[in-house]
Design a protein around this ligand. Structure first.
Ligand code: DQA
Length: 143
């Protein structure tokens, strides 16, 4: 059974409260429940990690080396700034999908830049929770 690590970056623990017009009204525990259910239908094992700290996210990516079979990451604001997260993903070399709840391309200019995109096999934006389901499907189909 493939083991998928799902990492969510800063402020995603505030889902349901933060900017509901952009991120929706469902909260973070609902997101985890949604992902768990989808993963079960695909026969995938899930592990979750959320942090508001860049270094903690780097540490968690490093820990996945040799233990996880794939990573789904929504680096949130660190998407647009973090070379450290990009380098950590490159270091562990796991198949990675980048997910954004909102359509980052149709928002502020600074959200169009993603460092993680330079490594991710696929980037899914603007599909809300369904983006994570699509990411799970993509990883489950990899050899
Ligand atoms: C986000 C988009 C980012 O620009 C933002 O900083 C977030 C969430 C998204 O899921 O749409 O915190 O990654």
């Amino acid at each position: 059974m493939k083991r998928i690590l799902i990492i969510n970056g800063p402020n995603l623990n505030m889902l349901g409260i933060r900017e509901p017009g952009i991120y929706g009204t469902r909260d973070y525990p609902s997101l985890l429940e949604f992902i768990r259910k989808k993963a079960a239908t695909l026969g995938l094992e899930t592990e979750f990690f959320q942090s508001n700290h860049e270094g903690a996210i780097v540490d968690r990516i490093q820990q996945a080396y040799g233990k996880s079979d794939g990573i789904i990451i929504n680096p949130a604001a660190y998407t647009h700034t973090s070379v450290a997260i990009l380098d950590a993903l490159k270091a562990v070399g796991l198949p990675t999908v980048e997910v954004h709840l909102s359509d980052v391309d149709s928002r502020e200019e600074f959200r169009r830049i993603s460092y993680v995109s330079l490594y991710a096999l696929k980037t899914i934006k603007g599909k809300g929770f369904d983006g994570y389901a699509e990411a799970l499907e993509f990883l489950s189909e990899l050899p």
